[in-house]
Design a protein around this ligand. Structure first.
Ligand code: F0G
Length: 458
């Protein structure tokens, strides 16, 4: 008999979590103004709000923390991080930042000017926020297949090179800050970008004299999909694939809270010394001195170790198998999800599930609240609330897809938790015909409203 699959780690430390009653949850979600971000973590049983900074560090990462060098300048921890980034991604220059959006803030201060355009594949919301804040425009060139949840394209994160070339032809190169490739494409469902697509995009970037930036938050999960789905790379190690991917990047912004498996941290990778030097000034202003930039020495040490562990095949196989396990259980129950299942999360197609809730009443948010009421599970809306209003018309932007994202923290929950999530969502699915109304906004911020929005039940 073939041995079943099992996790590539065992558990050394645990944290207690608590179930709650439906009556408690009804009270808490109302007090939270129906915004899942406003819930206290003690009010949540299984927390799938994000896979960002919520993973479990390894014994080796905790050991590395004890060796952190907290010198203001020139700490050995900075050197450890520099070596890890050079060895794994090949960047000669880097700047530490406190998280991914801080890396965007520093780098975009150098490169994004008013009136610029930034083509890419479904820019993440902070990326888009930092572009629009500078009065530039993010242009989504993701392939159309990404918007059909049943299309089994293996690389739904890819850029449509025709759409991209149209943008590159339309604007002079001085107006194009850079092209951004988000690996994996979070907003489209944790969907990977193939190496073939990376090469094509790089060739277009070179042809038109534009730089290529990798938004690297989940670069290792992307490499796992290349190994398992792109034939030419089946015999490469993950680390070899990562080096191959980054051959084509001029720049990288990294949220280390994902694939470097730390609770806080980020960085910018550069190949060009001049851009690095310009960014140093902004790093000192916004983040901290260039050899720590918003991070403690101990955190830089844990990050260096995490980059190494996060690019090991066995770890990634465990990780992606767990996400796939949850996705497959939902598919067995007939629940509509983005397929193939992505790297860090299962994306539930809320419009197909709650067919009676009008789009003006925030379908994915409604589903997220129902799942919380059902079992104390917290997901996040990737839909109309997240999409914000159009900066010019101030109308709601209704994205093609309304997702409830169930993001799985790394090395944190077991497959028993996955079973609870699947059954809870099935129970919501079974009573879907009774859910006919959603929510209305009573207060919202002018930009990135989803974090603080206040809602009322209709
Ligand atoms: N880029 C991508 C693709 C991301 O998913 C995120 C964060 C960032 C950049 C920004 O990084 O949070 O360290 O400032 N994504 C989190 C999420 C918040 O839940 O998907 P950060």
């Amino acid at each position: 008999m073939e041995l079943p699959f099992a996790e590539s780690y065992k558990i050394k430390m645990v944290e207690t979590i608590r179930r709650s009653t439906q009556i408690e949850r009804e009270k808490w979600i109302k007090e939270a103004n129906y915004n899942l971000f406003n819930l206290k973590s003690s009010q949540v049983f299984i927390d799938l709000l994000t896979d960002s900074g919520t993973g479990a560090m390894s014994d080796k990462q905790w050991a590395a923390m004890m060796l952190g060098d907290e010198s203001y300048a020139g700490a050995s921890s900075h050197q450890n991080m520099k070596d890890a980034i050079k060895n794994i991604m090949g960047f000669d220059y880097f700047l530490p930042t406190h998280q991914g959006r801080a890396a965007e803030n520093v780098l975009f201060s150098v490169l994004v000017k008013e009136g610029d355009v930034v083509p890419g594949n479904s820019h993440f919301d902070t990326t888009k926020g930092h572009i629009e804040f500078r009065k530039a425009k993010a242009i989504d060139c993701t392939i159309d297949e990404a918007f059909d949840t049943n299309n089994l394209h293996p690389f739904k994160g890819n850029i449509d090179t025709e759409k991209l070339e149209k943008v590159l032809k339309q604007y002079p190169k001085e107006k194009i800050s850079f092209i951004v490739l988000t690996l994996t494409n979070n907003t489209a469902g944790g969907q990977p970008v193939s190496l073939a697509n990376i090469k094509e995009v790089s060739a277009l970037a070179k042809k038109y004299g534009v730089m290529l930036l990798f938004d690297s938050a989940r670069f290792a999960e992307n490499a796992y999909f290349i190994k398992t789905r792109e034939h030419a790379y089946a015999n490469y190690t993950i680390k070899e694939i990562v080096l191959e991917m980054y051959k084509y990047a001029d720049l990288a912004t990294m949220s280390s809270k994902k694939d470097a498996i730390v609770n806080m941290g980020g960085f910018i990778g550069f190949k060009n010394e001049e851009i690095f030097r310009k960014a140093c000034t902004y790093n000192i202003m916004f983040e901290g001195y260039i050899t720590y930039g918003g991070m403690s020495g101990r955190d830089m040490n844990a990050l260096a170790q995490g980059l190494d562990e996060g690019t090991e095949f066995e770890y990634l196989e465990t990780r992606i198998n767990q996400v796939t396990y949850l996705g497959n259980r939902l598919i067995e129950f007939g629940i509509p999800v983005q397929r193939p299942i992505g790297g860090h999360a299962v994306f539930v197609d809320a419009k197909k599930l709650l067919t009676h809730v009008p789009k003006e009443q925030f379908v994915a948010q409604t589903l997220g609240i129902e799942l919380y009421l059902e079992a104390g599970i917290r997901g996040v809306e990737i839909g109309t609330i997240l999409a914000d209003r159009d900066p010019v018309t101030r109308e709601n932007r209704y994205p093609n897809l309304e997702f409830l994202r169930l993001a799985i923290p790394r090395r944190t929950y077991t497959n028993n938790h996955m079973d609870v999530i699947a059954v809870a969502l099935k129970n919501v699915f079974d009573r879907r015909e009774t859910i006919k109304t959603g929510y209305k906004i009573v207060w919202e911020a002018p930009i990135m409203r989803h974090f603080t929005v206040e809602l009322k039940k209709i």
